[in-house]
Ligand binder design. Structure first.
Ligand SMILES: *Cc1c(COP(=O)(O)O)cnc(C)c1O
Length: 435
C-alpha cells in the first residue's frame, strides 16, 4: 500500500518513506490510498489474539511493502509492550486506560511504535537517524521515554525554557543516553521554527538523516487504530452492539484513528468528539465551516489546540462530506469548572480518579449517551501527571507512581540554546563528529 499527500494526491510514497519523512511536501499529511475492510469472520478470529498479535494482523496491509509478516509481528511485540485495560465504571460506561506506558500518556502508544519502526529502518540504512522534536511537554516526554536506548537513533528534544511544568521538564531532561534535551531560550514556536529550518536546510539534510516524531507521522497514527478494536473485544458480548466511543481531543489524531478503525470494520455505533473550550472542531460539526482560532489555556492543556492538524485526515476519510461526518460524530464541550466538578464527583460516586483529559471524555459520554448504548471513554493520561489539578479537585492527596517519584529526584541535564538557527545548526553538526 502507498500513502499519498493529501495536498498533492499524485505524490505517493511507501510506508517507510512516509515514516522517515514525517510530513509530506507543502505541509501535507500522508494518508493511506485505501482502507482495507476486515470481514466479520476475520474479526472474530482476531478476538482471541493478544494485543501485539492483533496489532500485527490489523496493520499488516498498511506496511507489507516494507516488512515480512514475521518481522512486523516481532516489531508489534516490542511496540505494544504495556497493557491497555478496559475498566468498568458502571454497567453502561467503561474507560479504556491508555496511560500505562512509560510517560503515562496515550502518546506512548504511537511513540513506541514509531521508535521500533525507525530502529528497523535505521538498521537497513546503516546510518544513524536523528529525530528532532519540538515539544511543549507531552509529546517530548513520550518520545524521550520511548526512544531511550533504541539502537541507531539519536533524539534531540527542543523545549521552551521556563514554559513546561517541573514534572514535564524532568521527563524530558533526565533520560540521558541517546536522548538529548535542548533548553531553548524562547517560546514553543521558536522551537518549532528551529526544527522547521533544520528540515529545510539542504546542507544539513545531506549530512544527517533527519526525521520528526510529531503527531502527524503515519507511524504514530496507525497504531492508535488498534486499541479501538481491542476495547470492543474486551466488552461483554451483550454490550457490543451499540458502542459509543468518546475521545478527548486536541489535534484529533486519536479521533481520526478511531474513525479509520470504523472504516475498517470496527462495529461502533458512533463517536463523540470530546473537547475543551477550544471548540474549532465542534463548531465545524455545527456549521460545516472550519475556522482555526488561537488556542486558550485550560486544565486539559494537551488539548489546547486551535488548528487541529488531523482535521484534514477526518475530512479526507469522508470525502469532505460534512453530513456524513455528522452522522457518525457528535460532540461535547466541557469547561474547566465542569472538569473539576467531574473529577470530584466521579472520585466520590464511582471511586475512580480521572485526569483532566479523561474527565472531558467522561463528560462526553454522560451527555451524549442514548438509552441502550454502551459508552467507552478514552483515558489519555495518568491522573498523577496532573497531580495538582486532581488533588485540588478531589481535596485529597494523590500518590505519585514510583516511576515519577524517582524521576523528580534525578538531576536535570539540558544544553542551553539561544533561539537562533546558526547556533542550533552548528551544535547539530558538531555532534556528528563525536562518537
Ligand atoms: C495529546 C493528548 C490528547 C489529544 O489527543 P489528539 O490525538 O491530539 O486529539 C488528549 N489527552 C492527552 C493527555 C494528550 O497528551
Amino acid at each position: 500500500m502507498k500513502f499519498y499527500n493529501i495536498n498533492q494526491p499524485r505524490e505517493r510514497v511507501s510506508f517507510r518513506q512516509s515514516v522517515l519523512q514525517g510530513a509530506a511536501s507543502g505541509k501535507g499529511l500522508y494518508f493511506p490510498e485505501n482502507i482495507p475492510v476486515i470481514s466479520p469472520s476475520r474479526l472474530a478470529e482476531m478476538e482471541k489474539m493478544d494485543l501485539p498479535q492483533l496489532a500485527a494482523h490489523l496493520l499488516y496491509e498498511f506496511v507489507r511493502e516494507d516488512f515480512s509478516f514475521e518481522s512486523f509481528e516481532e516489531l508489534c511485540q516490542r511496540a505494544f509492550n504495556f497493557p491497555i485495560p478496559l475498566k468498568e465504571i458502571d454497567p453502561r460506561l467503561y474507560t479504556l486506560e491508555l496511560f500505562h506506558g512509560p510517560s503515562l500518556a496515550f502518546k506512548d502508544i504511537g511513540a513506541r511504535f514509531l521508535s521500533q519502526t525507525l530502529q528497523k529502518f535505521s538498521g537497513s540504512f546503516n546510518r544513524e537517524i536523528t529525530v528532532l522534536v519540538a515539544t511543549s511537554g507531552d509529546t517530548g516526554s513520550a518520545v524521550a521515554q520511548s526512544f531511550f536506548n533504541v539502537e541507531g537513533i539519536r533524539v534531540v528534544l527542543l523545549y521552551p525554557s521556563g514554559k513546561v511544568s517541573d514534572l514535564q521538564e524532568k521527563t524530558l531532561t533526565t533520560v540521558g543516553g541517546n536522548v538529548e534535551a535542548l533548553e531553548v531560550d524562547g517560546a514553543f514556536d521558536d522551537c518549532q521554527q528551529l526544527v522547521k529550518q533544520a528540515f529545510a536546510d539542504q546542507e544539513l539534510t545531506s549530512r544527517l538523516v533527519l526525521t520528526s516524531a510529531n503527531s502527524i507521522n503515519v507511524g504514530r497514527f496507525l497504531p492508535q487504530m488498534v486499541y479501538y478494536f481491542w476495547a470492543l473485544f474486551q466488552l461483554p458480548r451483550d454490550k457490543r452492539n451499540r458502542v459509543v466511543f468518546s475521545v478527548p481531543s486536541g489535534n484529533y489524531g486519536n479521533l481520526s484513528a478511531g474513525l479509520m478503525a470504523w472504516k475498517m470494520g470496527l462495529s461502533a455505533a458512533r463517536f463523540v468528539a470530546s473537547s475543551n473550550i477550544n471548540r474549532v472542531f465542534p463548531d465545524y460539526l455545527d456549521t460545516g465551516r472550519y475556522q482555526p482560532r488561537d488556542p486558550v489555556s485550560t486544565l486539559s492543556n494537551a488539548m489546547d489546540v486551535g488548528n487541529p492538524s488531523n482535521f484534514v485526515r477526518i475530512a479526507e476519510l469522508f470525502n469532505h462530506d460534512h453530513q456524513a461526518i455528522r452522522r457518525l460524530v457528535s460532540y461535547y464541550v466541557g469547561d474547566d469548572p465542569q472538569i473539576r466538578q467531574t473529577i470530584r464527583q466521579v472520585a466520590e460516586e464511582k471511586d475512580y480518579i480521572l485526569d483532566p483529559h479523561g474527565a472531558v471524555g467522561y463528560l462526553g459520554c454522560q451527555n451524549q449517551l442514548q438509552p441502550g448504548e454502551t459508552g467507552v471513554f478514552l483515558e489519555t493520561a495518568h491522573p498523577a501527571k496532573f497531580q495538582n489539578t486532581v488533588e485540588t479537585s478531589i481535596h485529597n492527596k494523590l500518590p505519585l507512581p514510583e516511576y515519577l517519584d524517582r524521576m523528580l529526584k534525578k538531576q536535570k541535564q539540558a544544553t542551553q540554546m539561544p533561539a537562533d538557527y546558526p547556533s542550533f545548526k552548528a551544535w547539530l553538526l558538531d555532534r556528528l563528529d563525536q562518537p
